[in-house]
Every structure is written in structure tokens, then in C-alpha cells.
Design a protein around this ligand. Structure first.
Ligand SMILES: NC(=O)c1ccc[n+]([C@@H]2O[C@H](COP(=O)([O-])OP(=O)(O)OC[C@H]3O[C@@H](n4cnc5c(N)ncnc54)[C@H](OP(=O)(O)O)[C@@H]3O)[C@@H](O)[C@H]2O)c1
Length: 354
């Protein structure tokens, strides 16, 4: 019998994965599901789901090992940090140790970020497939971007510890999360909040293409990987196991034009004319994010052509047209759920302070 631990289960992606796994009740029973969160209020919020909620600081290696062993965990879905390699490595070491005790095979599903594959973080320009030696390129470029370094550390450490690893790379994720705590993503909510508070729409020059995915499609991708693990069906893993969560493309300029129109219709904007950010420092101030992340997260795109998700029969339901039909939901979500409360923005500020 497998026991699964989801980290960052109070987060946008982790909480929505937990909801997806609970919805697919044929996969795992509630007593096989463990959710790691940080605060006691989050424990309270998630406990009503009937899964075991662990209050766990993932930077504490001893606590991580103890919780993995006590609950006989053999599958981890890690969503709490794409940047910090330490927490992932502690979990992998703990899984490996417990696998030796239980005799079960162990699996680590890591959550990375598409920014590792953007030109302006140093990834080579031009189209690339996930079957084109992504690991080797990440390894060569690991020192120049922390998320790449973490991906490589995860894959190498898991291989050394006998843990089967998978790296899921979400693109720009949109839509309301289905978790119990944070239901807001980052990039679009930050844009929406900035428009509301500045009463003006700013864009970067150009019309940058970015890959995107609705949260409900992304969680299905994780669910399908888990399903294959439980069925013991071999799927690409380790150095070949990159699962890019890209459903379709968007252009940032078009998204901002449509957001502006929808805001004007709602009376949140006097007029939908867009302006151009004078420079990155002003953009950072307007968006309320650290300047060094402005271009990376709010104006960059990738050229990935994903093939591997097809192997697990991933068929996203949301496309570009559907996104634009529902763009008003992105505004409503920010209005309903308050200020974007993903702790990602806090971690970006923390990262700038070193
Ligand atoms: N959202 C996107 O569009 C997107 C796209 C690509 C990649 N990603 C990556 O996916 C991951 C999850 O993103 P998200 O949008 O779900 O972020 P999120 O809503 O901020 O979720 C992260 C969760 O991890 C928890 N956490 C962080 N550090 C922890 C620690 N040391 N110990 C225990 N828990 C910890 C946070 O706890 P608190 O609630 O206490 O802060 C939070 O609940 C991130 O690594 C992000 O870079 C996100």
C-alpha cells in the first residue's frame, strides 16, 4: 500500500493537487494521503478534508525524516519550493531511508518553474522538445539560475538514493485553485491587483509569448503521474522525466488588453487605454514585486514543445479561446479572495535579500 505526502498543501498548486487526488477516490483512500502545511490555522482548515495534516517546517531535516518514517510515506509531491534545493533533498533522503525499511519503491514528484527555461534566464534561444536532453542543458546552465540548480540537484540526488524522480514544470498557471487555503496564483493576480490599485494598465513594449495552463488541467497532470506510479506502469523519469505543464500559448500584451477592457466594463478603470512602463524600476513599483523578477516572471516566455505529458495521456481542456472567454474570472477571483496571498512573492523579496 502506498502513502503519499503533498508538501505546500496550503498553497495554490499543492492545495489544488490535494483536491484532485481526493476527487479521484479510486486512486488512494483518505488514510493514505498526508498533507504538509506550515501553520496551525492551515492545519485546522485542511483537517476537515479527512486526510492527515502534518504541521511541518520542511527546512528541518530531522522533522522531515521523522514524519516520512512515522507515516510510512513512499510517494512525495513537492510543491513548496522550486528555488530551495535543501527541502527537496531532505525529503528525498527521508524517502530513501524509509524505502529501505518498508521495502517499497519510492517516488519524488518535484515542482519546478518555467522560468528555468526562459531565454532571459540564460536558456538557449529557439524551440526545444522535452525529449531533447533537457537535463544535460539544465546541468550545464545550473549555476546561472537557482531553479535549474534545484532541478539538477533533485534528479541527481534521487538517482543516488534509489528514489524515482519526476520534474513537473508548470507554465503560467491561471484559474481559481481548488485547495482549502490559497486559491490564487501569482502572475495574473499581481497584474490584476496592480491595475486596480494604480487605476491604469501598463504593458511592456512588445508582445511576449508565454506558455500557460489552467490549474484544473495542471493538477490532472500530477494525478496522471500518480496513477501510473500506483499502477506500476513505467513512465519517463529521472533525467528523462520532465513533464512540462503547457496547455497553450498566450501573449502578455493581448492578455493585458483584454484585462483592461474587462476592468473598464466593470467600472474598475475609467478607460482601458494601455501605457508602457518607462523602465523596470517603475514596473517593479507598480507591480509591487522585486525589480530583478519583473522581466523574468511578468514579461518572459519559453519555446518548449512538450511530448512527454502525452505518454501519461494528458489532454488539457483549457485553450487560449477558453481563457479569453473567462478572463473576467481572473478579476473576480482577486476581488473575492483579496490580495494575492501566495507566499511566493514573499520568497522573491527574501531571495533578493539573499
Ligand atoms: N503559481 C504559478 O503560476 C507557478 C508556476 C510555475 C511554478 N510554480 C512553482 O510552484 C510552487 C508552488 O507555487 P504556488 O503558486 O502553489 O505557491 P504558494 O501558493 O505560495 O504555495 C507554496 C506553499 O508552500 C509552503 N511552504 C513554503 N516554504 C515552506 C517550508 N519551508 N515549510 C513548509 N511549507 C512551506 C507555503 O506555506 P505558507 O502558506 O505558510 O506560506 C505555501 O503554502 C512554487 O515553487 C512555484 O515557484 C508556480
Amino acid at each position: 500500500m502506498s502513502n503519499i505526502l503533498i508538501t505546500g498543501a496550503a498553497g495554490y498548486i499543492g492545495g489544488s493537487i490535494l483536491a484532485e487526488i481526493l476527487a479521484k477516490s479510486a486512486l488512494l483512500k483518505k488514510d493514505q494521503i498526508f498533507a504538509a502545511v506550515r501553520s496551525d490555522t492551515q492545519v485546522g482548515a485542511l483537517s476537515k478534508l479527512g486526510v492527515t495534516v502534518l504541521q511541518l517546517d520542511l527546512t528541518n531535516e530531522e522533522d522531515v525524516a521523522e514524519n516520512v518514517a512515522r507515516n510510512d510515506i513512499n510517494i512525495v509531491i513537492h510543491t513548496s519550493s522550486a528555488i530551495d534545493p535543501k527541502t527537496a533533498l531532505y525529503l528525498i533522503t527521508a524517502l530513501s531511508k524509509q524505502g529501505k525499511v518498508s521495502g517499497k519503491r519510492t517516488y519524488f514528484i518535484h515542482t519546478s518553474g518555467m522560468s528555468a527555461f526562459y531565454k532571459n534566464t540564460g536558456w538557449p534561444a529557439g524551440d526545444f522538445k522535452d525529449t531533447d536532453g533537457v537535463f544535460e542543458t539544465e546541468k550545464r546552465l545550473a549555476a546561472s539560475f537557482p531553479i535549474r540548480n534545484t532541478d539538477v540537484s533533485v534528479i541527481e540526488h534521487a538517482a543516488a538514493q534509489g528514489v524515482t524522480s519526476f520534474v513537473v514544470v508548470p507554465s503560467l498557471v491561471y484559474g481559481r485553485g481548488s485547495g482549502e487555503w490559497n486559491k490564487l496564483s501569482v502572475v495574473l493576480p499581481v497584474y490584476v491587483e496592480a491595475i486596480i490599485s494604480n487605476k491604469a494598465v501598463y504593458k511592456f513594449p512588445g508582445n511576449t509569448k508565454v506558455s500557460a495552463v489552467h490549474i484544473s488541467d495542471l493538477t490532472v497532470l500530477y494525478g496522471q503521474i500518480v496513477e501510473k506510479i500506483l499502477q506500476e506502469k513505467p513512465i519517463p523519469n529521472g533525467k528523462e522525466g520532465y513533464y512540462f505543464g503547457k496547455a497553450h500559448e498566450l501573449f502578455f500584451g493581448d492578455v493585458l488588453d483584454k484585462l483592461a477592457e474587462a476592468m473598464e466594463v466593470r467600472g474598475l478603470l475609467a478607460d482601458s487605454t494601455t501605457r508602457v512602463y518607462p523602465d523596470d524600476a517603475s514596473a517593479a513599483k507598480i507591480l509591487g514585486v522585486p525589480e530583478q523578477f519583473v522581466q523574468i516572471l511578468w514579461n518572459s516566455g519559453d519555446d518548449i514543445i512538450p511530448e512527454i505529458p502525452k505518454i501519461v495521456a494528458w489532454k488539457p481542456k483549457w485553450d487560449k479561446e477558453h481563457f479569453f472567454e473567462h478572463i473576467d474570472d481572473e478579476i473576480q477571483d482577486v476581488l473575492d479572495l483579496g490580495k494575492a496571498k501566495s507566499s511566493l512573492i514573499d520568497s522573491l523579496f527574501k531571495a533578493t535579500r539573499g
